[in-house]
Ligand binder design. Structure first.
Ligand SMILES: Nc1nc2c(ncn2[C@@H]2O[C@H](COP(=O)(O)OP(=O)(O)O)[C@@H](O)[C@H]2O)c(=O)[nH]1
Ligand SMILES: [Mg+2]
Length: 365
């Protein structure tokens, strides 16, 4: 799972990046502290993997990973070159999901930034509108470029390619401000548009970055973010990025006591990464090979053949069939052989939809 952070400068993106990854990237109260992108890859905690590794006496355990990318702040007009421009959005294009970091906290030391007219008080809805406009404009540019190419290729051909129709229908919607993720699309259109990796098509999490749990203005702002998320097909989440960063420096029991007292819920890392995984409807499957147990995550509904490509890139091509045993059966019976003896190791073909906690052994050509 790869997730990218977007937000205006000084919204708290790098602070959240550090909270999520345990990294110590430079956080600054000046706009554009983050000029290069921060990237971190971290293992996904997985109690099932621990249990399985004991069961099969694995000599090596390879957990699934999540990648987090923190890019430079976007500003109003970034598409036209304002601030650092929008070239950093290219880093978000390959991501599975996007986290919008919206500033709710007020702090005189941290100048608000990124808007042509800066609001007097935190204005997460206005900030969000700027971000979505910049993402939409980047998507419009992508679609126009592709349309150009498709039109040139279609010239002189008798039948108009399906792609031409789909893109010509998509463009006015984007121009009117409709996010790709909110458009009702048929399977064909979804497939064609999917190949463009549009930013507004990605599953999105709207993080309301709050400073204080009991601040009335922030609570109002958080409600507005939740309503916007509902409208935009995104998932809202209140996160106290600054507080979380401070709690990260405390011993676990002290941090837990503070959390309790402040009423800010479980650690942001768990909540944000867990919510992102839920958004993508991820399922985890496992392989055991040469005493190495590995975990992989794929979106729900992924066929076995595609999932095999996660294990090794050419395994999708060479896929013949796969043996499958469920985690529950395996842990109940204690060994793959015992499961086999009971007829609980199934053989499945390429179209088999991988289920959460499947243990797979792919047979290839
Ligand atoms: N008071 C307060 N400051 C915060 C909070 N979150 C981030 N900051 C500060 O805001 C400034 C900008 O944060 P940073 O993460 O660098 O923002 P970025 O530009 O979006 O990456 C830093 O000085 C942070 O310490 C918060 O919840 N409360
Ligand atoms: Mg930053």
């Amino acid at each position: 799972m790869d997730i990218g952070l977007v937000g205006l400068p000084n919204a708290g993106k790098t602070t959240l990046f550090n909270v999520l990854t345990g990294c110590e990237a430079e956080v600054g109260c000046y706009p554009f502290t983050t000029v290069e992108s921060n990237v971190a890859t971290l293992p996904v905690p997985d109690p099932r993997l621990d249990k399985l590794s004991e069961l099969v006496s694995a000599v090596e355990v390879r957990p699934a990973h999540v990648k987090v990318v923190d890019i430079a702040g976007l500003v109003e007009g970034a598409h036209a070159g304002e601030g650092l421009g929008n070239r950093f959005l290219a880093h978000i294009r390959e991501m599975d999901a996007v986290i919008y970091v919206l500033r709710l906290f007020a702090d005189d030391e941290v100048a608000p930034a990124g808007r042509k007219e800066l609001p007097d008080a935190p204005d997460p809805e206005g900030d969000l509108a700027v971000l979505n406009t910049e993402l939409l404009l980047a998507d419009i540019a992508t679609v126009e470029k592709r349309l150009d190419k498709v039109r040139r290729k279609a010239k002189g051909q008798k039948d108009e390619p399906e792609e031409l129709n789909v893109l010509e229908e998509l463009l006015p919607g984007l121009a009117e401000g409709a996010l790709t993720r909110c458009l009702p699309l048929g399977d064909t259109a979804r497939g064609i548009i999917g190949e463009l990796f549009l930013l507004t098509a990605k599953p999105a999490l709207y993080v309301a970055n709050r400073g204080a749990p009991d601040d009335v203005g922030e609570t109002r702002g958080a409600k507005a973010v939740a309503a916007a998320a509902d409208r935009d097909g995104a998932v809202p989440l209140d996160v106290y990025c600054g507080l979380e960063a401070e709690l990260a420096d405390l011993p676990d029991d002290e941090a837990a006591a503070f959390r309790e007292e402040l009423g800010i819920g479980p650690p942001a890392r768990e909540r944000v990464l867990g919510t992102a995984a839920g958004l993508l409807d991820l399922v985890t499957f496992y392989t055991v090979e040469n005493d190495i147990i590995s975990a992989f995550r794929v979106p729900g509904g992924t066929p076995a053949k595609t999932a095999a490509g996660k294990i090794h890139s050419d395994l999708a091509e060479k896929f013949i069939k796969t043996e499958v045993v469920s985690y529950d059966d395996l842990t109940e019976l204690g060994s793959i052989q015992a499961a086999r003896d009971r007829g609980l190791v199934r053989t499945e073909g390429p179209a088999y939809v991988v289920q959460d906690a499947d243990i797979m052994k792919v047979k290839h050509g």
